[in-house]
Design a binder for this molecule. Structure first.
Ligand code: ASP
Length: 416
């Protein structure tokens, strides 16, 4: 029993479930100062925000330093290019698979048929501004890396770190000391993550209770079918695509993977942020026997560009909106959804809620009413928690596949 209580996964899941129950209990009471202001907006908000800020505190330095260490240790840029290409192809494969599964599920189950899209919220809803594809790509280039770091723009920090890592790697003997220093900082950051994770169950408890308390079940009822289709597509994707990549692609047990992943899933689910989960997924890959230069390279890139879960939510939402508005989706429109959802998921930052904002681009491209987002915005936080869990899972799966293909995965550790 003592061992079970010490088990970090058990503590995290317990925190998650107790948080859900606590949120429902608080919601069942009539509005009162003690509940609204003191407990939920006071103690719970403090615990949740403190935990998320503590995790976020490590993200920028960890990504910057670990990516540099990862790239610099490749030494030869040819190998780096090869692994980079493999990583990107795996990300693309998984995202395209995800969006196809999601469109098929939504077309088959028709979650939007019969939905009343005449609701008042649509009239008062201001759709997000649609970013052009050129702007999305221009946004990746940092004009001032220090500003990118202070603003927490992970994608720009990544680009700078890639340049830095490649240059340092080519300097040979001269840069050896500097690489060593970066490695020490990296170890130090990982240590900080381990310390923060000790309070994770409390942070997860508070975050989830706030979500349950503020979202409630009411906003879910109306579009329960749509949420169900998203869940189904996420599950299918997990077992078909990720399971296939692990089992067929590299003969690894998915059960073993899922067991290890539970801890990471708890953080991804409660924070709804791939970026914030990055330190924990790195820890998982390290314990699963992946060599550091692989996870230091694959995971930070994955956290910013690999979003299969987001693509699934976008695919289902697009079809849902077309059905709710009674609009027929041509094959060409579906193809447009596939391409634009892949692009927009790449452009989606690994922070809460961005996937739904990027949704505007998918709808606009497919000729669907952007106002339709109002129909699903009420449950976005719940969808976000689920899609983030699948996004981060994808990063870990791709990381394992790359490691296995490069023969740098310690199987005894993975199977332990
Ligand atoms: N919250 C998601 C993530 O961090 C992105 C999104 O779909 O909004 O992975």
């Amino acid at each position: 029993m003592k061992n079970v209580l010490k088990n970090s996964t058990f503590r995290l899941i317990t925190g998650l479930f107790l948080g859900i129950i606590f949120g429902f209990i608080m919601k069942s009471f009539p509005s009162h100062f003690y509940i609204d202001n003191l407990i939920m907006d006071g103690i719970m908000r403090f615990l949740s925000s403190a935990f998320i800020s503590l995790i976020k505190m490590t993200v920028i330095p960890l990504v910057f330093v670990s990516l540099i260490c990862g790239i610099a240790s490749f030494g030869d840029t040819k190998k780096l290019g090869m692994i980079g290409l493999k990583t990107i192809l795996l990300f693309l494969f998984s995202t395209v698979g995800a969006i196809i599964i999601s469109i098929m599920c939504a077309v088959f189950f028709k979650p939007g048929v019969g939905v009343n899209c005449d609701v008042a919220s649509i009239a008062s809803y201001t759709p997000p501004e649609v970013k052009s594809i050129v702007d999305i790509f221009l946004d990746i280039i940092p004009s001032n890396p220090i500003k990118s770091m202070s603003k927490g723009n992970l994608l720009q920090v990544l680009v700078f770190a890639v340049f830095f890592g490649v240059s340092i790697g080519t300097l040979g003997e001269k840069s050896k000391k500097l690489i060593e220093i970066f490695e020490i900082i990296n170890d130090c950051m990982m240590k900080i993550v381990m310390i923060i994770m000790k309070v994770a169950p409390l942070g997860v408890f508070a975050s989830i209770s706030i979500t349950v308390y503020s979202t409630g079940i009411d906003s879910l009822i109306g579009i329960l079918k749509m949420v169900g289709v998203v869940v189904l597509a996420l599950v299918l994707h997990t077992f078909l695509i990720y399971g296939g990549m692990l089992k067929i692609g590299c003969h690894l047990s998915i059960v073993k993977f899922l067991k290890r992943y539970t801890n990471v899933a708890g953080v991804a689910f409660s924070t709804a942020s791939s970026n914030a989960t990055l330190p924990v997924s790195m820890e998982m890959m390290k314990n699963a026997g992946v060599k550091s230069f692989i996870y230091q390279f694959v995971l930070p890139i994955g956290a910013t560009v690999n979003m299969a879960g987001t693509a699934i939510a976008q695919g289902v939402t697009a079809v849902f909106i077309s059905q709710a508005y009674g609009m027929e989706l041509s094959f060409e429109a579906m193809l447009t959804i596939v391409v634009s959802a892949v692009l927009s998921s790449i452009g989606t930052a690994g922070v809460p809620g961005v996937g739904m904002i990027m949704m505007a681009m998918v709808l606009e491209a497919a000729g669907l009413p952007v106002q339709g987002i109002a129909l699903v915005i009420g449950v976005d936080r719940i969808l976000d928690m689920m899609r983030t869990t699948v996004n981060v899972m994808g990063d870990c799966v791709c990381c394992l596949v790359v490691a296995k293909s490069e023969n740098v995965l310690e199987l005894e550790k993975y199977n332990a």
